[in-house]
Write a protein that binds this ligand. Structure first.
Ligand code: PMP
Length: 418
């Protein structure tokens, strides 16, 4: 973007368009910039490109005929309700069903504790809106979910990253970050964490660390925002107990049907202590009045009439096969000096390139070689991540994943030769 003064008006050009109102935006709008993932989608969606970039669930695996039928029945039997405004807190029956889903992760909660949101992305927006004044600190894993970082930037939060390793967030690093903020007189409003199969790192917070993270936050009176869209998509054994299961007063839990059913419904939720829940409902109503009754009732009917547990199991099998294809291809095709995480669920592998390489600089050459990934810097608020990239295995078929990793390997190989 360029700006110029022109007869007393400041104008800006975005490509060929002129923005005559560039000097009128609120300060918070300067934090709203297109994410690197978004800029990539146009290129990566060309059929000849193997996209290891997006995090799109493989909705083709759903029983689409059954979904079509239940939607038609919903209109036939409950049209006047489904097509009407709903309440700010969300459909009561769906909230009951959400509690049943959360029980799989050890959470005991009632429908009154839940607020339905437009995907968990809206829950993130609302929680940030009610807690953050410009300059307030949010602690977040480094790296962290790009969509959350975008929301935090829009509300002018200062994000302080906390290091992770293969067992997730490092409790000592968390305690140090909280102390450093206190010494600098900065207000830490909450810890934002994705404990299961983290986006983008693919790692999971160990059971032992869960207790320590909660203890550290409880002592420092730091609220925990637990974002858990992937928790039921683990490849081994039972789902882990949610942080919220251990500390109902200290954790706001965010859930979503985007990965276990379909993101197109845009149905997620927040589970929060009642004082916070009330603010979330008010913020929700001011944002969208009420969310789609139609989508909520369709999800409710899906849960009521379809074998949703079996469907989640089928998704797990499908993603496990793709994860295996990627973990099998990486050591075969990536040159020596590259390292990567080994996710036990979810959608993502986090790759670190050899010293001296820059993933963003490599991307145009990778796209020319018909493979796309997301460069690591998009997952940090502070410019880290230059040597990292996120590879997703959720969408392409296993053979395409292998081919994508092969193409990527040869691009990296060429970079090392330069
Ligand atoms: N949190 C995380 C960690 C995610 O990966 C995503 C989706 N990619 C979201 C939240 C938002 O999901 P949705 O709004 O579709 O529920």
């Amino acid at each position: 973007m360029t700006t110029e003064q022109d007869h007393g008006r400041t104008t800006a050009t975005h490509g060929s368009r002129i923005d005559a109102y560039v000097d009128r935006y609120a300060a918070r709008a300067t934090g709203m910039v297109a994410s690197e993932v978004r800029a990539l989608f146009a290129v990566a969606s060309r059929p000849e490109v193997v996209s290891l970039a997006g995090g799109m669930p493989y909705v083709t695996a759903l029983p689409l005929d059954a979904v079509g039928e239940l939607v038609a029945e919903l209109v036939a039997d409950r049209g006047p309700v489904a097509l009407q405004y709903g309440s700010g807190q969300g459909d009561p029956q769906l909230r009951e069903q959400i509690c049943e889903v959360m029980r799989l992760e050890g959470i005991e909660a009632g429908p009154d504790d839940v607020v339905v949101t437009v995907g968990s992305q809206q829950a993130l927006d609302l929680i940030t809106r009610i807690f953050i004044d410009p300059g307030d600190v949010i602690l977040a894993e480094g790296p962290s979910y790009v969509g959350a970082l975008g929301t935090f930037a829009a509300y002018q939060a200062k994000v302080v990253h906390v290091d992770m390793d293969d067992e997730g967030l490092i409790p000592e690093a968390l305690a140090e970050a909280i102390e450093a903020c206190a010494r600098a007189g900065q207000r830490v409003k909450f810890l934002y964490t994705i404990p299961n199969f983290q986006n983008p790192a693919g790692v999971t917070l160990s059971a032992e660390r869960r207790a320590r993270v909660l203890e550290i936050c409880r002592r420092a009176r730091v609220l925990v925002v637990e974002d858990n869209p992937y928790g039921l998509l683990g490849f081994d054994g039972e789902p882990m107990r949610a942080l919220r299961a251990e500390d109902p007063d200290g954790v706001v839990y965010l859930g979503s049907f985007s990965k276990t059913l379909a993101p197109g419904f845009r149905v997620g939720w927040a589970l929060a202590p009642h004082a916070i829940r009330d603010k979330l409902i008010l913020a929700m109503e001011s944002a969208v009045l009420s969310h789609s009754t139609f989508a909520q009732l369709a999800v409710g009917r899906y849960l009521e009439t379809q074998p949703w547990r079996e469907q989640i199991k089928a998704f797990r099998e499908l993603y496990r096969e793709r994860r295996d294809a990627m973990l099998d291809a990486l050591p075969k095709f990536l040159p020596e000096g590259c390292t990567w995480t080994r996710p036990a669920g979810g959608f993502f592998v986090w790759v670190t390139l050899p010293e001296g390489l820059n993933s963003k600089a490599i991307l145009p050459r990778a796209v020319a070689a018909r493979v796309a990934f997301v460069p690591g810097t998009g997952f940090y608020a502070d410019g880290q991540g230059t040597r990292q990239m996120r590879l997703s295995y959720c969408y392409p078929e296993p053979d395409r994943i292998r081919e994508g990793v092969r193409r990527l390997g040869s691009v990296i190989e060429q970079e090392l030769e330069v």
